[in-house]
Design a protein around this ligand. Structure first.
Ligand code: F3S
Length: 390
């Protein structure tokens, strides 16, 4: 891979050991994918934040990097293993909290914004059309590739951190125009319900793996798009999609020669049934990806004036700290029914000691809850889940 003089100097360690390690990693990735050169990025988003997922090894790695490395572009952070203010109420141990705080502080030392959300594009880190970026978090990167027409590969946590430090990323994959075209047409039939988009994404991800789908027949709003992106990336490895009449590059796609796949009600229902493995939840967890302001308002309007059943399961509404701050009235309503948690989610928090069966409307969460959190799972719509607590 071609390196400029400046890049060679970073590789030789002239800008410190952390930057050198970051450049070594970018070079290794570039060689694997046959990238010709590095391209500048304007922002990064990092996964690998929860102590539950990265452990002591991850913390040690970050502390070594933070000795002299700093990010050189705007960089935001994915959810951590706990709400930084309410971890005690979540049943998180003091030892876990101490390590988790150390991880977030270490990222902050490197200049990363410690906002801890998987929807940074809703709260300020919003790439503009055509920007080259390096984002981890499969749901977020698929959203910004598709809905905002920014350009990122499906980065892992270390690769995104390396790009954030160097300010560049290897030019391959979705940074190249020829890899951004639709490869299959999906003729979908869904009711305009957020959960349906999630289940559609699950079905598409399972069937098509890493394709670039072009959707016809659906009209998702921001919430539908973010859950569709999340589910496709979790069940498959979709990192870019187009939606007719909605996403910016949809009208430029050439569809004539593409395979067509129909996904209707039956397949959506099958996806829901296949994800459901339990009954009688002890936790209802909403907000995967993190709840938007619109979803907070919708949930609060459905619950306002109602009463929580005395035997209702515990409820988590997971959102970003920014959205929670934007929605004080809605938060007050939701807090009567559960906890409005920030910085974290039902997957990266250590829920398994306290909970055995979790209900959610997110196919992505349903995909990960059994393996990462040892949970039985119930997949259902917002309406059905709210009925369980009223
Ligand atoms: Fe976000 Fe956690 Fe879901 S990081 S996309 S809420 S699994």
């Amino acid at each position: 891979m071609f390196l400029t003089r400046e890049e060679e100097r970073i590789l030789a360690g002239e800008k410190g050991v952390g930057s050198q390690r970051a450049m070594e990693l970018l070079l290794a990735i570039g060689k694997i994918y046959d990238a010709e050169r590095l391209v500048p990025v304007t922002s990064a988003h990092l996964s690998g934040v929860s102590y539950k997922t990265i452990g002591d090894g991850g913390l040690d790695f970050l502390m070594q990097m933070a000795e002299d490395a700093r990010v050189s572009v705007r960089t935001t952070l994915n959810p951590a293993g706990m709400d930084r203010e309410r971890w005690g109420e979540m049943g998180v141990s003091p030892e876990f909290a101490r390590k988790q705080t150390a991880i977030i502080d270490t990222y902050a030392k490197m200049g990363v914004e410690a906002n801890c959300t998987c929807t940074p594009y809703l709260t300020g880190n919003t790439p503009r059309q055509g920007e080259t970026i390096a984002w981890a978090e499969s749901s977020a990167l698929s959203y910004v590739n598709s809905v905002l027409d920014a350009r990122t590969n499906r980065e892992g946590g270390p690769g995104a951190l390396a790009a954030a430090i160097v300010g560049k990323t290897p030019m391959y994959g979705l940074h190249l125009e020829e890899n951004r075209h639709a490869t299959v047409v999906i003729e979908a039939e869904v009711q305009d319900e957020i959960t349906d988009y999630s289940l559609l994404g699950h079905a598409v991800g399972l069937r098509l793996g890493g394709a670039v789908p072009y959707f016809k027949g659906i009209r998702p709003d921001v919430n539908g798009l973010k859950t569709l992106a999340a589910a496709m990336a979790a069940a498959g490895s979709v990192a870019l999609f187009h939606v007719e009449g909605i996403t910016p590059k949809a009208s430029a796609q050439k569809l004539e020669s593409l395979e067509r796949v129909q996904i209707g009600r039956e397949e959506i229902e099958r996806a829901k049934d296949s994800l459901t493995t339990g009954r009688d939840p002890d936790l209802i967890a909403l907000g995967c990806p993190h709840l938007s302001r619109m979803e907070m308002k919708m949930l609060a309007s459905r619950l306002d004036g109602r009463r929580k059943r005395p035997d209702a399961p515990e409820v988590w509404f997971c959102t970003s700290r920014t959205v929670r701050t934007w929605c004080p009235k809605e938060t007050a309503v939701l807090e009567r029914f559960g906890k409005v948690l920030c910085d974290t989610c039902m997957i990266v928090a250590p829920i398994e000691p306290a909970h055995k069966c979790t209900a959610t409307n997110s196919a992505k969460a349903c995909t990960y809850l059994p393996g990462l959190c040892s949970q039985k799972v119930i997949c259902d719509s917002y309406s059905a889940l709210l009925e369980m607590i009223l």
